[in-house]
Ligand binder design. Structure first.
Ligand SMILES: [Zn+2]
Length: 132
């Protein structure tokens, strides 16, 4: 169940878009520095986030390995933006409970509540030692 107001969703969306812009700027700088100036200029004509075209997909199609990390994070942001539109951005993917506004503002791409995130990290950190 969503317990966040429209205004709170808007705050999370703003954080996501800020992060998205910052990442795109990183990508643009990365391309500028290297041999791909033409790609950097192409980015000026990118399709934008009208909703039809994923920026992350578009960048991935260019097959630029250097910006892999940014592409991964852009995908997370796009997933989260879609959840904002659906009104599910504050639901934990594991338990369905609200993630909490403060956590979302601190980590706009958070997919889990604090409890589930700790469990998740525990499993990944100590997965080789079952029996605990
Ligand atoms: Zn949870």
């Amino acid at each position: 169940m969503s317990q966040m107001t429209k205004n709170e969703f808007a705050q999370v969306e703003m954080k996501l878009r800020e992060r998205q812009s910052a990442l795109l700027e990183e990508v643009r700088k990365e391309l500028d520095q290297r041999e791909n100036q033409h790609l950097a200029s192409v980015m000026g004509n990118h399709p934008g986030d009208s909703g039809d075209v994923s920026l992350a997909d578009w960048l991935a199609d260019l097959n630029i390995l250097r910006v892999d990390r940014q592409i991964r994070e852009l995908r997370e942001i796009e997933t989260k933006l879609a959840q904002v539109r659906e009104g599910t951005a504050n639901e934990c993917v594991d338990c369905g409970k609200p993630i909490g506004l403060q956590r979302l503002l601190a980590y706009p791409t958070a997919m889990r509540c604090v409890a589930c995130q700790e469990k998740h990290e525990h499993i990944y950190a100590h997965g080789a030692h079952p029996g605990l």
